[in-house]
Design a binder for this molecule. Structure first.
Ligand code: ZN
Length: 150
């Protein structure tokens, strides 16, 4: 059970600052204490290896990561569905993107064998992984299933 006054932590997508505020204020368009940008922008957050580690370590919300690369056709095709998903999830989920060409060590660290790969984390622990692009409805369904069953 979650107390309404429990603190929740979120990493700012703009400046990487870890923000902390009462969970009851999650619905009130929280603003970063450091850079004053909105913590939820309705778009995927592009992160490097360091940013990814920071989100996984500190995010009070589940984190979905799209491991992709600019040379990968299916990744490019999948991008609009992922962006649409980011606009729909609101403050329920953090959506990140990692360019594996720019961050090659990430592929090794996370054992990424093909792209796109989607991985879902909660409390820093991976609870689901999916390889290959999905249409938006199936993506939503998959995420709900992982969060429900894990
Ligand atoms: Zn910020």
């Amino acid at each position: 059970m979650k107390n309404i006054d429990d603190k929740i932590r979120l990493v700012c997508g703009q400046c990487n600052t870890v923000n902390q505020f009462p969970a009851s204020r999650l619905d009130e368009t929280p603003i970063c204490a450091q850079c004053k940008e909105k913590l939820f922008q309705g778009v995927p957050i592009n992160v490097n290896a360091e940013g990814l580690a920071r989100h996984l370590r500190h995010s009070g919300l589940p984190v979905l990561v799209d491991f992709w690369a600019p040379w990968c056709g299916p990744c490019i095709q999948f991008a609009p569905a992922y962006e649409k998903f980011a606009s729909l999830v609101g403050n329920q989920l953090r959506l990140l993107k990692v360019d594996t060409q720019q961050n090659q060590q990430v592929s090794v660290d996370f054992n990424i064998r093909s792209i796109p790969t989607l991985a879902l984390f909660r409390g820093g622990r991976e609870i689901g992984r999916l390889s290959g692009a999905l249409p938006l409805p199936q993506l939503q369904q998959w995420v709900i299933e992982q969060l429900t069953n894990n």
